[in-house]
Design a binder for this molecule. Sequence first.
Ligand code: FAD
Length: 504
Amino acid sequence: MSAAAKAAVNPVEWLVGPKTARPAHEPKDSHLRTGAEFVASLRDGRRVVLGGRDIADVTAEPALRAGIDTLAALFDDQFEPATREATTSIEPKTGARIATGWLVPRAKADLDRHMAMVKHSTLHTFGVFGRPLDYGPVKAIGFLAFNHLVKREEPDAQEKIEAFLDAGQRNNLVSADIIIDVQTSRKLTMPEQEGRLRVIEERADGVVVSGVKAGNSVLAQGNIGTISMPPPNPTMPEECMLWSAVPANAPGLMLVMREPATTGREHEEDHPLDCAGEEADGLALFDRVFIPREYVFSYKNRSTGGAYYTLGRFAQFKIAARLACRAEIFAGAAQMIVNALGTDHIPGVRAIVADVCAYAATLRAFMIAAVERASPTESGIVLPDPVLVTACRLHSVVGLPQIMQNLRELSGQGLISRVPRASWERQDIGPLLDRYLPGYQVTARQKNRLFNLIWDMTSSAAAMRIALFENLNATPAAPLREELYRTYDRSEGLAVIRRKAGLD
Ligand SMILES: Cc1cc2nc3c(=O)[nH]c(=O)nc-3n(C[C@H](O)[C@H](O)[C@H](O)COP(=O)(O)OP(=O)(O)OC[C@H]3O[C@@H](n4cnc5c(N)ncnc54)[C@H](O)[C@@H]3O)c2cc1C
């Protein structure tokens, strides 16, 4: 039987793979997977190319494996009494305990659960994974939230999305975003851009797609991706208007990875953050990939084609929440640097730390207010205040480079006077370093390790990768500004100005 025919018989199996025998989880945990089960699920015949090599097993490739292990630890947290509450939730319809990332928010309390999960995972990864478990199926949830827009042309979309969410919840999947088309001359219209992902064949049981997508963070280390349309473009051909889901091992899909920023072999003392790996990005090449109709959520629907930002509102919230948590880590880092250097009494130094604190406080305030002012969409999904989330995203993106610079500034030579562990352990070097390099109330070696961490946070190749990610992922600053211009209510201020200036 061909792959496509099989998919038509069992779409869930097409998406999540053959059900692996699960060790004896109690029935109440039947929707959760351990880290080991997650790792095993990635040995599924996916096609991944890294540095010119075919990677037969992503879990055996050090540059990918370290990041996989970081995700796997979050899976294990679902079973730990101390972290179970932060990482899992009860799905109200089924009563099943599911990963919180897959919880559809139908009440403000659900958003609080998402915030708790984002905080937990951000403390675990330091926020350098943009698509961890808690990111979840953000696009699908966005779709459900605005089903009243989608259903005008596609009345069966909701049922498909709900079935998809059910499959994701039951199988505790890690989901990537497959959105942005590849870079080519922006002077070309969309139909002229050959690489754009598009449907090349419509069949009774689904569609066949070809083309390339960019980014695809975590897809090679995760289970599935949701394909959605890039920002609206008046020249977008109908065959490119596709919202769907695809497994990482779909026949015909090949992931061509960027060069890694970490090796997977870093020692924890030398690289406290980089040793935990990274989220891999890469091009996704679709060569006649079949997608069963059960996962074609929307096709040739102009109302979804123009609703990129609206449908992405839940994603924007998740991204803003993660950066708000990262900002608290930055504030802690700034304080630890000045503590260790004994510079905390210097007014200019305190001012820089205060700027980092102000960044953290502002993002925190945005998120508290956005959740407090959450409201249900017409389709009954509760989302945070969209204007506050957009403003938070914009503020966080624009301010981040300065915050990174502040940490580097506070560090002085600390970032380059770091000595690798192997050199420190030499008998002719280590004792001298121990004597000459101590900080304030920290040993020389502790100080060295602190700056190794600050390096990984601000200056390493992986730090630059996450800086690029924050700058661009989901929506860069320019469209955020446009969205804020469009949606921010300044009518009261405008009225005051009109009156005072005699313009009424
Ligand atoms: C590390 C990383 C991970 C990523 N992961 C993902 C992912 O998981 N999934 C995914 O779908 N995408 C991902 N992306 C891609 C990201 O979404 C895009 O890079 C982003 O949306 C910008 O689109 P572009 O790169 O095609 O920019 P281009 O359209 O090529 O434009 C290049 C630059 O020109 C300027 N520009 C272009 N158009 C405008 C405009 N209208 N107004 C103002 N300025 C403009 C901007 O400065 C822009 O950055 C990732 C990117 C990075 C760097």
